[in-house]
Design a protein around this ligand. Sequence first.
Ligand code: CAO
Length: 562
Amino acid sequence: MALIDIQVPDIGDFDEVTVIELLVKTGDTVKAEQSLITVESDKASMEIPSSHAGVVKEIKVKLDDKVKQGSVVLTLEAAGADVAATPAEAAMPAAAPAPAVQQVAAAEASPVAAASGPVEVHVPDIGDFKDVSVIEILVKPGDSIKAEQSLITVESDKASMEIPSSAAGVLKELKVKLGDIVNIGDLLAILEGTAAPVAAAAAPVAAAQPVAAAAATAPVAVAFAVAVASVAAPAPAAMPAHAPTVAPSSSLPHASPSVRKFARELGVPLAEVKGTGYKGRITPDDVQAFTKAVMTGAIRTEAQVAKAPAPAASGGGVGLDLLPWPKVDFSKFGPVERQPLSRIKKISGANLHRNWVMIPHVFNHDDADITELEAFRVQMNKENEKSGVKLTMLAFLIKASVAALKKFPQFNASLDGDQLVLKQYCHVAFAADTPNGLVVPVIRDADKKGVLQISQEMGELAKKARDGKLSPADMQGACFTISSLGGIGGRYFTPIINAPEVAILGVCKSQIEPVWDGKAFQPRLILPLSLSWDHRVIDGAAAARFNAYLGQILADFRRVLL
Ligand code: CAO
C-alpha cells in the first residue's frame, strides 16, 4: 500500500475553479475514474475523477476552496499494483498543447456573420468531446440574444457546459432539440443578425494556436468543462474563441452532471427541485425527495399543474388545488413503528384513490327482507351437509344481482369516452379480505351458473385469494362488484366503485327487525344493502329501482325465474 496524492488534472483554460461538492469521504473505497469532487465556474460544472483506485486517507479540500491544475484533492492509499501501473502524475497528464487548431465555429468565419441578415450559430470547438447531448434549451424563437448568451446546455457523462451564441440577434430558429447529440460544427441556431458577431469571433484565431495562448486572450468559461473528464486524453482545445463577456446569469439549477443525469433518468424537472446542498446545490437526496413528494401527491410538478384544470378557488375550474399532505413527526408524540405497505395495498390504494376522485359517486341504502331466503339457505345446507359445498348468502346475492343487471342494463356497462359500453356478458366480482389486503376475484358468466356452482367457485377463489394465489385472469373482466361485510357487521357503508364498472353493491350484517305487516310487527331478517353508483351513467331513479328490484328478488327468489 502506498500513499499518493490525487491532484486536479488539466482543467483547460481555467486558473481557478470552486469546489462545490465533495463526493467521497475519508475511509471510502474509490475506483479509478470515480468522481471525487465537483468543481464549478460560472458556466460549467464538472466532476474531478480519481486517477487511482484505493481508500481515501485524507481529503485535502473543502467546500468553497479554489483549486486549479495540480491542487491536491485528497490522499489515497492505493494498491501497489495500481500505483505502479498508473503513477499519479502520469494518470493526469499536464495540459498538452491544444491538439490542433483553435477552431472557430463555421458561421463565425462566414461572411453572413457580419451582415444584418440571418446568422448561423454553430457548435464551437468543444475539445475532445464527441456526441454530447443537449440537456437544456435556454432560449426560444423570438428571443433577443446577446453575443455570448448561453443558448443550450450540453452534457457528457462527467461535465455539463453551456454553449454561447457567437453573435447577437433575434433567434429565428433553433436547430436542435432536447436529447439531440451534437458535435463541433453542428448548426445550432439561426439568428436574424442585428449586430456583427463579437469581435474575437469575427477574427478567426490563428491555426495551431495553443490553448494557453488562446486562454490569455480569450478564455471561455466552458473550456474547462471538457478538459478533465478524460484522464488519458490530451487536454482538449478551448471552447469557442469568443471574447469573454460578462456571463449572463444562468437559469440553470445548480447540480452536478451526475445529479442531472439521475434527474433526467427519473424525469425530474431539476428547475423545480429545491437544492439543500452547499449554496443551494441540488443533491441526489433532493432529487429523490422530490420524486417521493410527487409520487405521494404531496406536490405537483409544474407540468402537472399546467395540465390540471384551474383551481376552483380561482373561479376557473374544478382542480383539486389541495394542500400538501401534512408532514408530521409522529415520534414527537409517542413511540411509533413504521411498516411498509404491502404490494396489494399499494396497488389497490392507487386504484381506489383514482376511482374515488374520478367517479361522481352517489349512494343508495335500502333493506331486503331475506327471512325466507335465509331459511331456505340454512335448510339446503342441512340437506346437502355431506356435499361439501356450502350455499352462502353472497352466492344468492350474486345471482340476485345478475337478475337486476339484466333488468337494468346500464348497470352492466362501462363508460368509454362519450360512449356507454353495454356488456352482453355478466361477470360478477366480490371483494375478499386477505391478510395482505383487499382483492376482487371474479365469477365469470354468473348468469349461466346456479347458486350452488357460484358458492363453490367463490369458495375456491376466496381460498386462492387468502393464499395469495389469484392470477390476474381471476381478477379481470368484472361487470359489477359485491362487497360483503355481512359476516363481520355494520349497518350500511359506501363502497368505492371498481372502475371501469359503474356500480358496486355493499352488503352488511342481516338482523332480525320488527316489520309492520299492516296489522302487527313481525320479526323479519333484514339485510342492509348499500349501492354506490356512477352518476355520469346512472340516474337516481334507476338506482332506487335497481335496489328495490334487488330487494324483491331477495325477498322472493322465485322472481329470478320470471
Ligand atoms: N348477514 C349476517 N351474516 C352473514 C352475512 C350477512 N349479510 N353474510 C355472511 N354472514 C355470516 C354467514 O352466515 C357465516 O356465518 P356462520 O359461520 O355462522 O355460518 C359467516 O358470516 C361467514 O360467511 P360466509 O362463509 O358466507 O362468508 P361470506 O360470503 O360472508 O364472505 C368473503 C366471504 C370472501 C366475501 C369474506 O371472507 C370477505 O373477505 N369479506 C370482506 C369483504 C370486504 O373486505 N369488503 C370491504 C371492501 S371495501 O369496499
